[in-house]
Design a protein around this ligand. Structure first.
Ligand code: IMP
Length: 190
């Protein structure tokens, strides 16, 4: 089966190709010479839908997209859809520093990561798969694994941040891992 994944991210492509094995051929946006699809939605759900729908309409092939955001309760769920460019520069270091600054003196540091995968089948019917992990934003960075906000996010029930966990352990409990498993189970049960 052929599938298009609306991403340029080589890590995400590698991960999904690995998980699906050779029954599936997965193409990324780079393989199709596609330009970046503008994420003009107001929510993670909308942005995920926009990307998958754009690709389905253009290629009429089974396709999916994923979109993730970090939602911090006391900040009205910011950075949310702005997670990648929260501080404006697009640099992880700046995003983390701004978030820690915005939480100075805050006791309520509850946060969650949310991933939404939107899948269009070859008939144009779409399905949504959600993955959420609850946790909190700690006071300073810990750990060097992972990416993005991992060094300051500690999932509930764990003593380590995501950046202190090996990738396979993070994947077992992470937002993306949860959403991806739901999606893959649905795909292979067809
Ligand atoms: P994307 O939609 O997967 O590209 O994620 C958007 C942004 O959310 C990324 O640029 C990161 O800043 C943040 N993010 C997404 N997933 C993770 C994660 O697993 N750990 C830490 N930060 C993440």
């Amino acid at each position: 089966m052929e599938l298009i994944f609306a991403t340029y991210n080589p890590h995400k492509l590698y991960e999904i190709r690995n998980a699906l094995g050779n029954k599936y051929t997965v193409q990324g946006l780079g393989d199709l010479n596609e330009k970046e699809i503008p994420e003009t939605g107001n929510t993670i759900e909308e942005n995920s839908l926009i990307k998958a729908e754009y690709i389905f309409k253009k290629y009429q092939k089974a396709c999916f997209s994923d979109d993730t955001g970090l939602e911090v309760s006391i900040l009205n769920n910011e950075p949310g859809i702005f997670s990648a460019r929260y501080a404006g520069s697009g640099k992880t270091e700046d995003n983390i520093n701004l978030l820690l600054k915005n939480l100075i003196g805050q006791k309520n540091r509850k946060a969650r990561f949310k991933t939404i995968i939107t899948f269009f089948n070859e008939n144009g019917k779409h399905f949504v798969f959600e993955g959420i992990v609850h946790g909190k934003i700690i006071l300073e960075k810990k750990g060097t694994e992972g990416f993005g906000y991992d060094p300051i996010f500690k999932p509930n029930g764990y003593r380590e941040t995501f950046a202190q966990m090996p990738l396979d352990e993070k994947n077992k409990i992470s937002h993306r891992g949860i959403a991806l498993r739901k999606f893959l189970n649905n795909l292979v049960s067809k």
